[in-house]
Design a protein around this ligand. Structure first.
Ligand code: NAD
Ligand code: UDX
Length: 431
């Protein structure tokens, strides 16, 4: 099929590449000229495992193309996916101006029937607004359908998540659109759930909120474990073995971050308030999440007393491993706080450092070339992102290079016995 994706970021680019991989002919559109120039020059603007090979292969096969022109994209794609940002506003509600702008642009160039698919994460009832906008700004009166098709990929494993999805949700009230959408997804051989548009939109916010709830739940349990001498990993294993609960998303740590959970939970709270049915449970989820970092910093301060002028190493800046994404990263917040308290902070992240340097909030930190270089002469080391590279560091060499062997593991990456046997004072979360 001929497909168009508008917005070539973490979702749009990976989706476009995966669609091309299964045989579709895809044009990825972006209004960021620099991004499109990079893609046309064979460079990948984001780090995502497996993405570069996928893009290179499909560009060579002429199944994947890039442009800044929505007109060109809409002329090409019988199905047009929207994957532009839906960032939060100060009050937690969603800024839908990117979606509205794209809907208007599509309307201006729409000449024959198209299925317009919202893949961005949006509040319930956005589909209705998109349809209204296209109807209002399209002068040809041409037919179209709007479909909601939320995306569930996780960064760091976006390619496998897209190639082998747990489910595809198609929100539409129209048979013609549903059958075209089924054709798009047929090669993926995944279960397909067809719903109305509002339900599809709600599924996305409800799913992310439930996952965030699991994380806050285990972080609250971790605090009780610390106070009582229990081990949160064992507790998570024990409750996770119940198939009704499951072990996934029960890893205690510094709390959730990233470009999705914080904004989507805030959005769901805001939507529920607007609908007159406040979802107060999610406010507690947010509160527990915010307190996870603060609770961890209390332990750092207890051990180091005054942070001013102390050299602290931090491993990890990305919001999770296997990505260069530092948006709403708890690791970044941690470094900012340490700098604010006057510590000398030396950081290392395998993929996140370029974006952190560009952002400029860590100007006072030192960016090291390796985990051991970051830890040199440090009075404490904090693991803030659980990259596998950190789990494989030679602990004897680490101890030797540090001023004091004090290790705070914010992601429970290391085994406490192994760290202690290597001579570290080891502090982790909930154990
Ligand atoms: P992103 O910022 O990485 O990419 C969005 C892209 O859209 C950017 O490249 C931007 O230049 C482009 N863009 C903005 N306005 C445009 C316009 N008018 N015309 C053409 N291009 C335009 O964002 P993302 O992480 O890919 O997220 C996109 C949407 O998908 C959001 O709603 C997000 O909540 C949702 N989502 C994200 C993830 C994730 O893991 N990142 C997962 C599921 C859903
Ligand atoms: C999330 C959703 O999982 C995905 O379905 C949706 O499409 C986008 O949002 P993502 O943000 O890429 O994906 O990463 P995810 O693996 O969900 O992790 C989010 C945050 O939760 C990270 O900061 C991670 O460190 C944290 N987390 C995750 C925990 O603290 N504990 C866990 O057990 C799992």
């Amino acid at each position: 099929m001929k497909l168009c994706i508008i917005g070539s970021g973490y979702v749009g680019l990976v989706t476009g590449a995966c669609f091309a991989e299964v045989g579709h002919h895809v044009i990825c559109v972006d209004n960021n000229q620099k991004k499109i120039d990079m893609l046309l020059a064979g460079q990948i603007p984001i780090y995502e495992p497996g993405l570069e090979e996928l893009v290179t292969r499909n560009v060579a096969a002429k199944r994947l193309m890039f442009t800044t022109s929505i007109e060109e994209g809409v002329a090409h794609g019988e199905v047009v996916f929207i994957a532009v940002p839906t960032p939060p506003q100060a009050d937690g509600s969603v800024d839908l101006s990117y979606i509205e702008a794209v809907a208007r642009e599509i309307a201006g160039v729409l000449k024959e029937y198209r299925v317009i698919v919202d893949k961005s994460t949006v509040p319930v009832k956005t589909g209705e607004k998109v349809a209204e906008t296209i109807r209002r700004y399209n002068k040809t009166g041409c037919e179209f359908d709007v479909v909601s098709n939320p995306e569930f990929l996780r960064e760091g494993c976006a390619v496998p998540d897209l190639m082998k999805p747990d489910r595809i949700v198609i929100g539409s009230n129209n048979d013609r659109a549903v059958s075209l959408m089924k054709k798009v997804y047929e090669p993926f051989m995944a279960p397909i759930l067809v719903t109305d548009i509002n339900s599809a939109e709600l599924i996305k916010h409800a799913a992310n909120s439930f996952l965030a709830l699991k994380i806050s739940y285990i972080n609250a349990v971790a605090a009780i474990c610390e106070a009582s001498g229990a081990d949160v990993e064992k507790v998570a294993d024990g409750i996770g073995m119940d198939r009704r609960i499951g072990r996934n998303f029960l890893n205690a740590g510094l709390g959730y971050g990233g470009s999705c959970f914080p904004k989507d939970i805030a959005a769901f709270i805001s939507i529920s308030r607007q609908l007159g049915v406040p979802f107060t449970l999610l406010e507690e989820v947010e509160r527990i999440n915010a307190s996870a970092l603060e609770h961890f910093l209390v332990k750092v301060r207890e051990a180091l007393w005054v942070l001013r002028d102390k050299k602290i190493a931090v491993w990890g800046l990305a919001f999770k491993p296997d990505t260069d994404d530092i948006r709403c990263s708890v690791a970044m917040d941690l470094v900012v706080q340490l700098l604010k308290e006057g510590a000398y902070v030396s950081v290392y992240d395998p993929k996140g450092m370029e974006k952190a340097k560009e952002l400029g909030t860590l100007k006072k930190a030192t960016f090291a070339a390796s985990p051991l270089e970051a830890a040199q002469d440090a009075e404490a080391l904090i693991i803030a992102t659980e990259w596998e590279e950190f789990a494989n560091v030679d602990l004897a060499a680490l101890k030797k290079t540090m001023h004091t062997p004090l290790l705070f593991d914010g992601r429970n990456l290391l085994h406490p016995d192994i760290a202690r046997e290597a001579g570290f004072t080891y502090v982790s979360v909930g154990r």
